[in-house]
Design a protein around this ligand. Structure first.
Ligand SMILES: NC(=O)c1ccc[n+]([C@@H]2O[C@H](COP(=O)([O-])OP(=O)(O)OC[C@H]3O[C@@H](n4cnc5c(N)ncnc54)[C@H](OP(=O)(O)O)[C@@H]3O)[C@@H](O)[C@H]2O)c1
Length: 244
């Protein structure tokens, strides 16, 4: 393991087709890293890879489909070399009052936000171990505070925080575990909410106070650039105007 993180590491970003994932890809390539862009919308990640040039490859992958993650890990190893940084960013926030009407969306949030991150991590773990890796888990302020209407989303992020804390202890010192907890960020996240009243309220809230995906990307890039003697274990980043 090197004592200082070097430029030109290999980063894998799930959910790289928009929002925080795409911004993180831009920030990490600007810092000299090579990136693998994973998502389901291939047109988006291919366009981003073309923008980023030789330092980026686009790989179609669904975090709920383990075979697609295994295939992605093989491609990363073959085309970029072993993964140094895994950013578990893929997520959905399908907010609604808790009821049976939303049971498919409740399951989807657990499968993408929590099980998806767990799957990507167990698949990439050997690559990350090899040479000193960083595991960046994009959680949320909802991993610390729950409120009416976000029960299952909050459960996925509280779950991610507990899982991350266990891994932090278990994987140290070979792998640093870094949890990022954004507050409101202007992305496509609220576009997918299907409960009309909740969607309108969420969009209004975000429009009023949100910070940018680039703000979060800068924090990720800063965290992975720290010397290996230290780890930013947990970073809560709210808009200044956000209360909860
Ligand atoms: N925006 C906020 O206010 C906020 C606040 C706190 C935390 N977060 C977290 O930040 C992360 C990124 O969200 P964002 O705000 O940037 O929203 P976004 O623009 O909607 O991005 C979500 C990403 O997740 C990907 N994704 C969804 N389902 C997937 C699946 N089954 N397999 C692979 N990728 C999948 C999407 O790609 P495809 O659809 O192309 O697959 C997309 O790239 C999420 O974990 C979210 O919970 C966001």
């Amino acid at each position: 393991m090197t004592s200082e993180p070097s430029a030109g590491r290999v980063a894998v970003i799930t959910g790289a087709s928009s929002g925080i994932g795409a911004a993180t890809a831009r920030a990490l390539t600007a810092d000299g890293h090579r990136v693998a862009l994973l998502a389901r919308r291939t047109d988006r990640i291919e366009a981003l890879a073309a923008e980023l040039g030789d330092s980026a490859i686009a790989i179609a992958a669904d975090v709920t489909d383990r075979d697609s993650i295994v295939a992605a890990a093989e491609r990363v190893q073959a085309e970029l070399g072993a993964t140094d940084i895994l950013v578990n960013n893929a997520g959905v926030m399908l907010l609604a009052p808790f009821s049976s009407d939303q049971q498919a969306e409740q399951r989807q949030m657990v499968e993408v936000n929590l099980l998806g991150a767990i799957t990507a991590t167990e698949v990439f773990l050997d690559q990350l171990r090899d040479g000193g890796g960083d595991l960046v888990n994009v959680s949320s302020v909802a991993g610390r505070t729950a409120r009416p209407g976000n029960a299952v989303y909050a459960a996925t992020k509280w779950g991610m925080n507990g899982w991350s804390e266990s891994l932090r202890q278990e994987l140290s010192p070979d792998i640093r575990v870094i949890v990022i907890e954004p507050g409101a960020v202007a992305t496509e996240l609220t576009d997918h909410i299907t409960h009309a009243q909740t969607k309108q309220a969420a969009k209004q809230f975000v429009d009023q106070i949100a910070i940018t995906a680039e703000d979060i990307a800068e924090v990720v890039a800063f965290a992975v650039a720290r010397p290996r003697r230290m780890t930013l274990n947990e970073i809560l980043v709210r808009p200044t105007a956000q209360s909860l």
